[in-house]
Ligand binder design. Structure first.
Ligand SMILES: Nc1ncnc2c1ncn2[C@@H]1O[C@H](COP(=O)(O)OP(=O)(O)O)[C@@H](O)[C@H]1O
Ligand SMILES: [Mg+2]
Length: 342
C-alpha cells in the first residue's frame, strides 16, 4: 500500500475529487483504484462547484468536501455549456492548482488539448510528427489553402475546434475524385479548423486503422488499433478495438505528444503514415481520455496506473506497492483479442 498521506488537510478522510458530469464505469474503476491505495474517491460535478469568497477559507465550495479541499482532483468529464459556464468550470480547476491541490490533468493541459488548433501548434513546435494544419477566420484565405493543397494532391479534414468522438468531421477538397467545397464559415462558428488528410490504403477486406496510445506519467502504457472501413475511426463511430503491441517507435511518438502538451495522462490518436520518419503521425491528443475500449484489450488495470501515477508523481507519496502493470507494459505483447466498445 501507499504510505500514509498527510491527513491534516482532510481531517483524516483522504478524499480525492473525481470531477465528472456522469458516473459509470470509469468513475467506478477510479474509485476502486483509489480505495485499494487507502483513499476515497468522491464524484463531483464541476457544474455544482462554486466560487464563494465568504463560505470557506479557500473561497471555493466543492460539494461533498464541506469547508475542506480535496487532496487531489482527477478530471474525468466536463459537461458542455456556455462559454461563461465552461470558463467557470475550468476556473475551479485553475483555482485548485493555485491552492496547491494537484489536478490530473491540470486545467492548462485540458485547455490546450480541447483546442485542436493549439494542439497542432504545440505538436509542430515540439517537432512531433503531425499533419500540417490551419485555423483561420478568413473564408477567402481558407479557400486558397484548399486550392493549393488540392493542386498538390491533398484533401483536408475540416474539424470542429472543440470536437470529440469523431463528430462533425468532414473532408473537403478533392475527395475520391470529387471536388468537395468548403462550407460557409458562418456555419462553422466563423472558423475553419483544417488538417491535411493522411490517406491509407484500404479495402473492404482490409479496413484501415488508427492507433490509440495511452500515456500515463510520461510513459506510453497501452495501445490498441481502432479498425473501421470509414475514415473516421473513433470507437464512438463504430470502430472495432483490436489489441496490438506497443512498438517502441509508436510509444516514443505518443510520449512526445503528451509531453508537448504537458499532460499527466493523455489518449493520443495516431494514423499510420509510411512517409513519416516513425511511420505514423499524431492526429489528436485527448486530455480527458476515456479508456474503456482500451481496457478490453489491455491485461492490467488502467485506472490503477492512473491513480498510482497521481499518488506517486503528483502527490509525492512514497510507493510501497508493487509497480503497476504500467511499468511492465513496455515489454507486454498483447494477444489478438478483438472487441467492440459500448
Ligand atoms: N488528418 C487526418 N487524416 C486521416 N484521418 C483523420 C485525420 N483527422 C481525423 N482523422 C480521423 O478522424 C478521427 C477523429 O479525428 P480527431 O481529430 O481525433 O477528432 P475527435 O476529437 O472527434 O476524435 C481520427 O481518429 C481519424 O480516424
Ligand atoms: Mg480523436
Amino acid at each position: 500500500m501507499i504510505a500514509a498521506a498527510d491527513e491534516g488537510a482532510s481531517g483524516g478522510r483522504r478524499r480525492v475529487a473525481i470531477f465528472t458530469d456522469e458516473t459509470g464505469w470509469h468513475t467506478r474503476k477510479l474509485r476502486q483504484a483509489l480505495t485499494r491505495r487507502g483513499f476515497e474517491g468522491r464524484c463531483v460535478d464541476l457544474e455544482q462547484c462554486r466560487f464563494d469568497s465568504g463560505a470557506t477559507p479557500s473561497g471555493l465550495v466543492i460539494p461533498g468536501f464541506g469547508r475542506e479541499l480535496p487532496l487531489a482532483g482527477i478530471v474525468r468529464g466536463i459537461a458542455g455549456g456556455s462559454l461563461e459556464q465552461i470558463t467557470k468550470r475550468l476556473g475551479i480547476l485553475h483555482a485548485l492548482r493555485e491552492l496547491g491541490v494537484p489536478v490530473y490533468n491540470d486545467a492548462r493541459a485540458i485547455e490546450r488539448s480541447v483546442d485542436k488548433a493549439m494542439t497542432s501548434f504545440l505538436l509542430h513546435k515540439a517537432g512531433v510528427a503531425t499533419p500540417p494544419s490551419w485555423a483561420l477566420e478568413s473564408e477567402p484565405q481558407a479557400r486558397r489553402i484548399l486550392m493549393r493543397e488540392a493542386s498538390a494532391g491533398h484533401s483536408l479534414v475540416l474539424k470542429p475546434m472543440f470536437g470529440s468522438q469523431g463528430k462533425g468531421l468532414r473532408r473537403v477538397g478533392m475527395v475520391d475524385g470529387v471536388s468537395v467545397p468548403l462550407p460557409e464559415l458562418a456555419a462553422l462558428g466563423g472558423l475553419a479548423c483544417l488538417q491535411r488528410f493522411v490517406p491509407q490504403p484500404e479495402s473492404a477486406a482490409a479496413p484501415g486503422f488508427d492507433w490509440r496510445v495511452l500515456v500515463v506519467g510520461g510513459r506510453a502504457i497501452a495501445a490498441m488499433k481502432r479498425v473501421s472501413p470509414h475514415w473516421v475511426r473513433n470507437v464512438a463511430q463504430g470502430a472495432r478495438c483490436v489489441a496490438c503491441a506497443l512498438e517502441p517507435a509508436l510509444a516514443r511518438l505518443a510520449e512526445g505528444a503528451a509531453a508537448a502538451l504537458a499532460m499527466d495522462y493523455a489518449g493520443v490518436d495516431l494514423v499510420p503514415d509510411p512517409g513519416a520518419d516513425c511511420g505514423a503521425q499524431v492526429i489528436e491528443v485527448n486530455g480527458v481520455a476515456a479508456w474503456r475500449g482500451l481496457q478490453r484489450v489491455t491485461p492490467f488495470d488502467i485506472a490503477q496506473a492512473i491513480v498510482d501515477d497521481l499518488l506517486q508523481r503528483r502527490m509525492g507519496l512514497p510507493c510501497a506497492f508493487e509497480p503497476t502493470a504500467a511499468a511492465e507494459a513496455r515489454v507486454c505483447q498483447f494477444g489478438s483479442g478483438v472487441t467492440r466498445s459500448a
